[in-house]
Design a binder for this molecule. Structure first.
Ligand code: SF4
Ligand code: MG
Length: 328
């Protein structure tokens, strides 16, 4: 399939009180048309920062892209002005966040909130807008759509608010939908319903989904391919079945081992001992070495390159003997 999004050698720098850090280092991945790509890692791994960079939403005062490119539809987004970005956001690309309560402005009705992207991106009459809004609300499984458009976010349940967020993201039929922990705040039953809904809509619209989560259980259900991030780098990339059947990177193995066998979706990844190093603690050597049960001398001395086993990528010295280096 054609590539929709291609990230090459992305580096992002942040200014902090103590100096400059680089929480994203040398990130490479592609997202094909119609594909769902999972981005997995603990908090602090850099997955949200990467997605904000794609959306052009990095905080301007204290962060900047210091290397690489982000091509969307063959256009490099790292050179876009804010004005150009505004034409894309909510239109060609949309994002769904974890907390619908904080992302839906409480002073507007649902109808007013949903009118905004249509006013901005589509030439439609008021009547056409209303029809489009009711249609998309029905599509995301919101009952009484005609009444809901006159209600305010706080009048809805958490699950309904998340459905409104999804409808907001879908209104202009984006090519790319980024979901950052979209169901983490919801209870398990609602979570399952929302995920099912997203899968269905994604297939109907042939969208590409970038699915960011700390939850491997969700990844198993949603994704075609998975990127595993650790401490601001990609440590493994694989097709979904291959990732679970033959994980290559010790971090991924740890994540899979810490999945409860009972399919409890509230599982978290924190059973790997120790913590993700802070960006300022990362130097030469493998960033996972202090937590890795397989670490050996070389791991501490030299940062591993990314090795490929027939397209299955792993940034780990254990792969050195048999594999070919693809990214130094
Ligand atoms: Fe573990 Fe070494 Fe591989 Fe890093 S390079 S993941 S420390 S074995
Ligand atoms: Mg996050």
């Amino acid at each position: 399939a054609e590539v929709l999004l291609e990230i090459k050698d992305l580096g992002i720098q942040f200014k902090t009180g103590e100096g400059t850090v680089q929480p994203i280092r040398g990130v490479n991945f592609t997202l094909k048309k119609g594909e769902t790509l999972g981005v997995v890692g603990e908090s602090g791994s850099g997955k949200s920062v990467t997605s904000l960079a794609v959306m052009g939403l990095l905080p301007e005062q204290n962060s900047k892209i210091v290397s690489g490119s982000i091509h969307f539809n063959n256009q490099d987004l790292t050179h876009l002005s804010e004005r150009e970005y505004r034409k894309l956001r909510g239109n060609e690309m949309s994002m769904i966040f974890q907390e619908p309560m904080t992302s839906l402005n409480p002073v507007f009705t649902i109808g007013e909130l949903l009118s905004e992207p249509l006013k901005q991106h589509k030439k439609m009459s008021k009547k056409e807008r209303k029809e489009a809004i009711i249609q998309v609300l029905k599509q995301v499984g919101i009952p009484r759509a005609e009444q809901i458009i006159n209600e305010y976010p706080h009048q809805l349940s958490g699950g309904m608010r998340q459905r409104v967020m999804i409808s907001l993201a879908l209104l202009c039929e984006p090519k790319l939908l980024i979901c950052d922990e979209p169901t983490t705040a919801l209870d398990v039953t609602i979570q399952a319903q929302i995920l099912e809904l997203m899968k269905q809509i994604k297939n109907e619209k042939n969208m590409s989904l970038l699915f960011i989560t700390h939850d491997l259980g969700v990844v198993a259900e949603m994704c075609d391919r998975v990127v595993v991030m650790y401490a601001g780098e990609i440590v493994e990339v694989a097709e979904i079945n291959e990732l679970f059947d033959t994980p290559l990177h010790p971090y991924t193995k740890g994540l899979i081992d810490s999945l409860p066998s009972n399919n409890d979706r509230k599982s978290t990844l924190y059973s790997i001992k120790g913590q993700v190093p802070r960006p300022e603690e990362i130097g030469e050597g493998c960033a996972f070495a202090n937590r890795c049960p397989y670490a050996f001398q070389k791991c501490i001395e030299k940062t591993p390159p990314t090795f490929s086993k027939g397209g299955h990528l792993s940034k780990c010295w254990l792969q050195e003997s048999e594999r070919q280096v693809v990214i130094q």
